[in-house]
Write a protein that binds this ligand. Structure first.
Ligand SMILES: NC(=O)C1=CN([C@@H]2O[C@H](COP(=O)(O)OP(=O)(O)OC[C@H]3O[C@@H](n4cnc5c(N)ncnc54)[C@H](OP(=O)(O)O)[C@@H]3O)[C@@H](O)[C@H]2O)C=CC1
Ligand SMILES: CC(C)(CO)C(=O)C(=O)O
Length: 325
């Protein structure tokens, strides 16, 4: 089995290192000083589960890699639309694209029976550009329950969590999912193949939709947000509105707000990936989190005043960041 990790950043390099450790042929696609450090010294993973170094092949040129069985997409979602030329050399007829993405994926309504089947979410897939780069038949969903960070070029700090739930948009238990899952497990990760990954998407999103923008706006860690009574209440409101939207598009996350809050609290003094991006002056990955759910609220008639307000201020923050880059 041959795997390319396109966007071998905090999550991608962590997964690539784990797969390589399991004996999989792994090619990391990265860039800049991070790529140079990996080429020189490999990927060093610092983890409470034990540190290790892996030396997979690393490049910035996908045509050096050629077609692979699975592309693990570790890019931020706002890079998906432009990823077409990068991904093309990696594809053969049956290559799957497994996207480790927070928020609502571009494939969300693909093959979902009901009134919204085939609906394209503009804030996730503007003008169909993401679907053009990442064709729907190749898409395998992945919900990431791990927290990692690039501590310095070539060095990944793993904080907690090893679960990468995967699943087909159709819910079918396919051979391609089974093959990837087995390799992940061999690499020491958890990789259940779900028949209803959309439920995981919403459970994860209940946390990200609140913690990620608040963490950037307040420059607070997950635990810091939970400790502040007002911010904790804000998280509750955002989660409640999100669950309403999820149910309106036919998915009940089936978890209480308090349980979800306690789960997020366990991440401790972790800086969300959005806060990490803010600190690095990078654009924020908020369209697939907030804008997408506000768009779905408009589609379904849900009342989401808190999501709308936080979306407006975090969008302004993002606009200012993008202007400054
Ligand atoms: N980090 C975490 O704990 C979690 C992340 N996620 C999700 O995982 C996904 C990835 O996040 P994360 O790993 O944190 O993001 P990172 O920014 O750490 O990783 C993305 C990597 O892709 C690289 N990249 C971008 N464009 C190119 C290109 N054209 N060629 C080569 N490399 C490129 C980036 O390089 P550069 O820095 O130069 O732009 C960066 O190293 C996101 O959707 C995120 O929401 C989900 C749960 C937890
Ligand atoms: C906070 C965390 C690790 C889990 O909710 C995450 O998904 C992110 O940083 O974007």
């Amino acid at each position: 089995m041959k795997v390319a990790v396109l966007g071998a950043g905090a999550i991608g390099a962590y997964v690539g290192a784990a797969l390589h450790r399991a004996g999989v042929e792994v090619h990391l696609i990265a860039r800049g000083p991070h790529l140079e450090a990996i080429r020189k010294s490999g990927v060093m993973v610092l983890s409470p589960r034990g540190d290790f170094v892996a030396h997979p092949h690393a490049t910035d040129d996908p045509s050096e890699v050629g077609p692979v069985d699975h592309v693990f997409l570790g890019l931020k979602a706002n890079h998906y639309a432009a990823s077409g030329p990068m991904i093309k050399p990696l594809l053969h007829e049956a290559t799957s694209v497994i996207a480790a993405q927070n928020g609502i994926p571009w494939w969300y309504f693909h093959g979902l029976k009901g009134p919204y089947e085939g609906y394209r979410i503009e804030s996730v897939d503007p003008g169909g550009t993401v679907t053009a780069a990442l064709p729907l038949h190749r898409a395998v969903g992945c919900v990431v329950y791990a927290a990692t960070e690039i501590e310095r070029p070539g060095v990944i700090r793993h904080y907690e969590g090893t679960r990468f739930s995967i699943g087909e948009p159709s819910g079918e238990p396919t051979a391609r999912c089974a093959e990837f899952s087995e390799a992940m497990v061999a690499g020491g990760l958890k990789c259940p193949v779900e028949t209803d990954l959309r439920r995981d998407v919403w459970i994860k999103l209940m946390g990200n939709i609140a913690f990620n923008p608040i963490s950037a706006l307040a420059r607070a860690t997950m635990a810091g947000i939970c400790r502040h009574d007002g911010a904790r209440e804000l998280v509750r409101s955002m989660m409640t509105e999100t669950v309403d939207v999820a149910r309106r598009v036919g998915c009940d996350p089936g978890i209480s707000i308090e349980r979800r809050l306690r789960g997020a609290e366990k991440a401790g003094e972790h800086k969300t990936s959005t806060l990490q991006d803010l600190e690095k002056g990078k654009p924020l990955e908020l369209d697939v989190l907030l804008a997408a759910v506000v768009e779905l609220a408009d589609l379904t008639g849900a009342d989401v005043p808190t999501l709308r307000a936080i979306h407006a201020v975090s969008d302004l923050l993002n606009e200012n960041l993008v202007r400054a880059v």
